[in-house]
Design a binder for this molecule. Structure first.
Ligand SMILES: C[S@@+](CC[C@H](N)C(=O)[O-])C[C@H]1O[C@@H](n2cnc3c(N)ncnc32)[C@H](O)[C@@H]1O
Length: 212
């Protein structure tokens, strides 16, 4: 999935993945393990309302997103005035406890993520095709500090049901990808919805994992 794919999506506002409300699994589980004041890393963050929810709960939030359009909209739509600076190859938007770097997730270093306590993935891993997902898992596993915990939300559907993104990520893939580095607990699985539509015989399921 080339960067141009996502830039085009944002340019044309084809952002069916964007939700008007924070994700209910985030709201249900995050505070059960993440200490108040933790620094939360949100890869491929878009302009997610999850970032705003996290901030409202007293967390410090650090997102990374390829599209500057998305980041500008995030701040503007939430009435936040961004201070914009350059951080190496990234452009930084910051306001209060919210910091978002515009640029490529794969360019982040361990130093960039050294202070991260918790990471949160909703629609990041599932946004990537298989070979990029392996790189994504490797990048997180190698660059995050040893004690960092993660909350990961995935979608799963039968082979051939639809083309990605979002891609189906099985429990087996989560286990084989992250299992070496993290201990994995599946907290819940439920009916999943893609782009707001849910048919009567919906084969999509949504899963949330705690990675410690
Ligand atoms: C499916 S969207 C999900 C956005 C957000 N997590 C949400 O829940 O609304 C995936 C996002 O990842 C961004 N993205 C894709 N590849 C990226 C990369 N290599 N580095 C940073 N962001 C990337 C896209 O621009 C897009 O906004």
């Amino acid at each position: 999935m080339e960067a141009s794919f996502w830039h085009e999506r944002w340019q044309n506002q084809q952002i069916g993945f964007h939700r008007p409300q924070p994700h209910d699994m985030l709201c249900r589980y995050f505070k059960t393990f993440a200490k108040p004041g933790s620094l939360v890393f949100v890869p491929l963050c878009g302009k997610s309302n999850d970032l705003i929810w996290l901030m409202a709960q007293g967390y410090r939030v650090f997102g990374v997103e390829l599209s500057e359009l998305a980041v500008a909209q995030l701040f503007e739509e939430n009435g936040l005035t961004a201070e914009i600076t350059q951080q190496g190859v990234f452009k930084q938007y910051a306001c209060g406890q919210l910091v978002v770097w515009v640029g490529d997730f794969f360019a982040l270093t361990a130093q960039d993520l050294a202070e991260v306590d918790v990471w949160y993935d909703r629609a990041a891993m599932i946004a990537l095709p298989p070979e990029m997902r392996s790189r994504y898992v490797k990048q997180l596993s190698e660059q995050l500090p040893p004690a960092a915990q993660g909350l990961l939300i995935t979608l799963q559907y039968p082979v051939g049901f639809r083309q990605g993104p979002p891609f189906s990520v099985t429990e087996g893939e989560v286990e084989s990808g992250f299992g070496q580095r993290f201990s994995i607990e599946q907290l819940e699985s439920d009916e999943g919805v893609i782009n707001g539509t849910s048919t009567e015989e919906n084969p999509v399921t949504e899963h949330v994992y705690l990675l410690s």
